[in-house]
Design a protein around this ligand. Structure first.
Ligand code: SF4
Length: 211
């Protein structure tokens, strides 16, 4: 189904994404007890998608996010847990702590990923929601997913969303790249320049994301 993003309602957020500098404090979760629990219960140890869920969920737990994955009803979340981490007891949390997907960019970002996913599976749908849930936070996307470094996120994108990843030819920061895609699809210019090479915010969008 073609997506029709309408970023007019969240232009403030788009502006934040492109123009704000990032907070310096970043929380990593690789050694938290929650993360260890995911590893103990992992049905597919070492699988990149399983690792991404473990990192993202343990990071969301540590930072107090609820629901852990926005957009997943509790039954769907339990399906994710039983498929990837059988035996782990974990609730997604109340869905009503977020605005409806039609009131912010959440739905458009999920549609962007869903349109480009390699596998038409439930697991890939859960992954879309997990990535977008993390992308609504304020740090680099790989940090808000609790991943050890940006390279793992890039690999995850290339393996699971190859057509979308291929469009990121200049290796733009992933969150900014998602929003840039939405703006281009809606033919809205939220950036300070029509092209990146002439833009005063170039460093914010492309500079190295330190681990
Ligand atoms: S034009 Fe390019 S460099 Fe400038 S804000 Fe937009 S995406 Fe970033």
């Amino acid at each position: 189904m073609p997506i029709q993003p309408s970023p007019a309602r969240y232009l403030g957020r788009v502006s934040e994404i492109f123009h704000a500098s990032l907070p310096s404090s970043v929380c990593k979760t690789a050694s938290t007890p929650q993360h260890a629990d995911f590893l103990v219960h992992a049905r597919f140890p070492g699988d990149p998608v399983s690792t991404a869920f473990a990192c993202m969920l343990s990071h969301a737990l540590k930072t107090g996010k609820r629901p852990l994955i926005r957009g997943l009803p509790e039954a769907a979340f339990q399906g994710l847990i039983q498929n990837f981490f059988p035996g782990l007891r974990l609730q997604n949390g109340p869905a009503n702590q977020n605005p409806p997907a039609t009131e912010d960019e959440y739905g458009d970002l999920v549609a962007l990923l869903m349109q480009h996913r390699r596998h038409q599976t439930l697991a890939s749908e859960w992954l879309c929601h997990a990535i977008v849930s993390a992308s609504l936070n304020d740090n680099h996307l790989w940090q808000d997913m609790g991943l050890p470094n940006r390279g793992i996120l890039s690999q995850l994108m290339q393996e699971n969303f190859p057509a979308l990843a291929a469009k990121n030819t200049a290796d733009m920061k992933w969150k900014k790249f998602f929003y840039r895609q939405l703006c281009e699809q809606a033919e809205v210019l939220a950036c300070k320049s029509p092209n990146c090479t002439d833009c005063c915010d170039y460093a914010l969008c492309f500079e190295t994301e330190a681990a």
